[in-house]
Ligand binder design. Structure first.
Ligand code: E4P
Length: 221
């Protein structure tokens, strides 16, 4: 399973890349607005830092607007993936952009039916929003399982990108469900690394080590 960071925060992205923790990035208009600054400049910076795919969303709502924006976004860098919302107009844009060789991530997916249509239109990634389904009392992870099974049934090449991930249990469940990619905010990435027993164990090892007179690098080291 690939791990993407769901953020437009350059500092957090750089840190995760330097630690070898992420394979790509997803952004959305809300995440970009949160960071402020010039949109194109931020995206260019992120694309330079990240070796893998960086999803950038269009804001037009007609096919023509989405295609025009998508073509412009695709020119920013080779690793850009154009994010298109799951609308009827959006599916037309997905088909056209795909035929032009532009990779598309279909976002705001809330049902397996939508995911099937997006894959048939030529999406490279589909992004079902797990947390937002949980918020309205649906088990969001169920659609991840369904979409993975449907794509396998028909050999569809689209990748399931589990999005709106809110905590480490979502992350593990997405992996168990067979999601190809999971995108997580920086806070969840920090939570995944940490375990209280790791910290307690290390503290004890280091305290005991002080009792050893001669270490590898000299006294007490
Ligand atoms: C996906 O690409 C979206 O940016 C994201 O996962 C939305 O998550 P949220 O529901 O926490 O805003």
């Amino acid at each position: 399973m690939q791990i993407f960071m769901d953020s437009a925060n350059v500092k957090a992205i750089r840190d995760a890349v330097e630690h070898g923790l992420i394979d790509g990035v997803t952004t959305n208009p809300s995440l970009i607005a949160k960071e402020g600054g010039d949109f194109r400049g931020v995206i260019e910076q992120i694309c330079r830092i990240v070796p893998g795919p960086v999803s950038v969303e269009v804001v037009g709502t007609t096919s023509e607007q989405m295609m025009t924006e998508g073509r412009e976004i695709a020119k920013i860098a080779d690793n850009v993936v154009v994010k298109i919302p799951m609308l009827k107009e959006g599916l037309r844009a997905v088909r056209e952009l795909n035929q032009e060789g532009i990779r598309v991530n279909v976002t705001l997916i809330f049902s397996a039916a939508q995911a099937l249509l997006a894959a048939k239109a030529g999406a490279t990634y589909v992004s079902p929003f797990v947390g937002r389904l949980d918020d309205i009392a649906h088990v969001g992870m169920d659609i991840i399982r369904d979409i993975v099974a449907i794509y396998e049934n028909y050999g569809l090449p689209a990748q399931v990108l589990a999005a709106s991930i809110r905590h480490p249990v979502h992350f593990v469940e997405a992996a168990l469900a067979g999601a190809h990619v999971v995108t997580i905010p920086p806070s969840v990435l920090e939570q995944l690394v940490k375990h209280p027993l790791t910290d307690i164990g290390l503290e004890r090892f280091l305290a005991d080590w002080k009792k050893v007179p001669q270490g590898i690098f000299g006294p007490n080291r």
